[in-house]
Design a binder for this molecule. Structure first.
Ligand code: AMP
Length: 281
């Protein structure tokens, strides 16, 4: 496994890759768990060369967010990446990726303002800017993103389409703990009891899907059912529940249909930790 630490090292390596070999890219912020590893396994299956980036992207953290305390375990990450059979790991320093003034950003002005964007107004421009830079450096054929971050995935797909990046985005399904909680590096902030309490997030989404499959179509009733269930766990507070069209994130106000075009998204706080999840209907 090759470990590259600067953009120039990366570009030197990239120049030597044969155009006949396919490259897969899996961008991560490290503290790798089974969710990340599932994306990486998919890349290894699909591509001749798999490249994983490990970079805690400062640009996607708001001023009062957890940039300083974000979980890190580069030694553990490298062990996992080597064991799984990754070809190239890219671990750049922030100075190598960004100029001091941060004056150049990729901004999406519609989908980025909804849901996560309301609580985290600079988040998606941070994500799009780093993903754009990584796509330019790596020039992958395929790039892998988790459906756990559904809004992020949709916005990246939009960027790739509109900016004509010659890459295929591969969505990968959400990997969960045994109790249903979506895996996330931020779950490390939770103790055992809190992780157990947090399973209600997925259970409430699962319950909503059951309601819809059993004929409930009223979005207000479905949202109320999710809310009741989540708040029955008194340590949780809600940021949002959204029942939306899965490609546009437009809120569904008429009948909810079981036509594979609906997505329910949720964000909650548990002990100051923000957790998101979603379910496709
Ligand atoms: P992160 O390191 O949190 O930025 O995540 C890197 C990539 O892994 C993103 O595409 C995430 O959507 C994806 N990811 C994170 N958690 C999960 C999960 N539980 N299941 C599937 N993909 C995930």
């Amino acid at each position: 496994m090759l470990t590259l630490k600067t953009s120039s090292e990366f570009l030197q390596w990239r120049a030597l890759v044969s155009p006949l070999e396919s490259i897969g890219l899996v961008p991560t912020m490290g503290a790798l768990h089974e969710g990340h590893l599932s994306l990486i396994r998919q890349s290894i299956k699909d591509c001749d060369i798999s490249c994983v980036s490990v970079f805690i992207n400062p640009l996607q953290f708001g001023v009062n967010e957890d940039l300083e305390s974000y979980p890190q375990d580069i030694v553990g990450d490298l062990k996992k990446l080597k064991a799984i059979g990754v070809d190239v790991v890219f671990i750049p320093h922030a100075n190598d990726i960004y100029d001091d003034d941060d004056s150049l950003l990729i901004v999406e002005n519609n989908l980025s303002r909804k849901l996560e964007g309301k609580s985290r107004p600079t988040f998606f421009s941070g994500v799009l800017t780093i993903v754009s830079k990584l796509l330019n450096l790596v020039r992958p054929d395929f790039a892998y993103f988790g459906m756990k971050d559904a809004q992020q995935l949709i916005i990246i797909q939009k960027m790739v389409k509109e900016m004509k990046y010659p890459v295929q985005i591969i969505p990968c399904k959400t990997i969960r703990e045994h109790n249903g909680l979506a895996m996330s590096s931020r779950n490390e902030y939770l103790n055992k009891e809190q992780r157990e309490n947090a399973k209600i997030i997925y259970l409430s989404l699962f319950h909503a899907r059951e309601l819809i499959n059993n004929g409930e179509t009223n979005p207000s009733i479905i949202k109320a059912a999710i809310k009741d269930m989540v708040l029955s766990e008194t340590t949780l507070t809600l940021d949002y529940i959204s029942i939306a069209e899965r490609e546009t994130l437009v809120e569904i106000t008429a009948d909810v249909k079981t036509n594979n075009k609906t997505l329910i998204l949720i964000a909650v706080f548990l002990n100051g930790v923000r957790l998101i999840d979603n379910i496709y209907i």
